[in-house]
Design a protein around this ligand. Structure first.
Ligand code: PD2
Ligand code: ZN
Length: 286
């Protein structure tokens, strides 16, 4: 086949790709075999990606999983060391694909961390969680921090950070819930949980009216504890150190444990931990 001709991704090709995957051949092996048969690399990669994505989605739906949603994501295909987040260059320290977890260095300056803490301090109260039975809010023994919410765009510092995050993970600012600041002292923690709303809970339809599902979370570390207080992902035995100015981003394309996004804030053992959490919804959050 001439290289100037467009190569068509036929149903037969898609079926062959699925058969190879089901026979246990790795993506690398299948790609090499396609290249050896004269497929152009970009066409082969696109054929494999779209076919396997579609195949996995069909399987997931057959197994009764909720459909996959579009999610925010920092573009890391070319493994950049830094991302231009508009007003700041943010470092990519670590990236994982399943679950999708990205650790950023220097998302916030020390001054911004201190500014958020100072604005939040007078407004702290015992943290609540969403009451999934009713769609309201409740005190929860699994979450023993104190916290507060800023309104979206409430002040210049909040607006700056919201714009930076929107650019960093390519997701509209208006889809974000208000920034939440949390304060943990020794002994307090946030036990492992999922940030999405469980579709089987009776209060979930009410919650979803305000912008649909949560699809991603960014936890920004504002103040470092001396010991403990890492953000944990128990399914994959991952723990992120709560280093000031750094942040962990994770996304979940369906409200289901198969995303492996179970996560928690480990108990603080010494010193104080301050974080700011930003939850991102499917649509405009109202
Ligand atoms: O404090 C944390 O590290 C943490 C852990 C899990 C925060 C959240 N979840 C959250 O705010 O959703
Ligand atoms: Zn969480």
């Amino acid at each position: 086949m001439s290289t100037t001709q467009t190569q068509a991704i036929t149903p037969q090709l898609r079926q062959w790709i699925v058969e190879q995957a089901e026979a246990g051949h790795s993506a690398d092996v299948v790609l090499k075999s396609m290249l050896a048969s004269g497929w152009k690399e970009d066409v082969a990669v696109e054929a494999m990606e779209s076919t396997l994505r579609g195949h996995l989605e069909n399987k997931a739906l057959q197994e009764g999983l909720p459909p996959a949603l579009a999610v925010p994501d920092p573009g890391l295909d070319e493994s950049p060391l830094y991302i231009d987040a508009g007003d700041r260059r943010v470092c990519v320290l670590q990236a994982m694909y399943n679950p999708r977890v990205v650790v950023f260095g220097g998302l916030l300056s020390d001054g911004e961390c201190e500014g958020l803490i100072a604005l939040a301090k007078p407004r702290l109260a015992r943290s609540l969680t969403v009451a999934t039975k009713t769609g309201g809010e409740e005190v929860n023994a699994d979450r023993t921090s104190n916290g507060m919410f800023f309104q979206r765009g409430e002040n210049e510092l909040v607006r700056t950070i919201e714009a930076r995050i929107a650019r960093l993970v390519a997701w509209p600012e208006e889809n974000g819930e208000g920034l939440q600041v949390l304060h943990y002292v020794p002994g307090t923690e946030y036990k492992p949980h999922y940030d999405y709303f469980d579709p089987s809970e009776p209060g979930t339809p009410t919650i979803l009216k305000r912008g649909g599902q949560r699809v991603a979370t960014i936890v920004m570390y504002l103040g470092e504890p001396d010991k403990g207080g890492g953000t944990t992902f128990p399914d994959v035995h991952l723990q992120i150190a709560p280093k000031r100015g750094n942040a962990v981003f994770f996304s979940y394309e369906r409200p289901h444990p198969s995303t492996r996004t179970l996560h928690g804030g480990a108990p603080v053992l010494a010193g104080e931990k301050w974080i700011a959490t930003k939850w991102l919804r499917e649509r405009r959050f109202t």
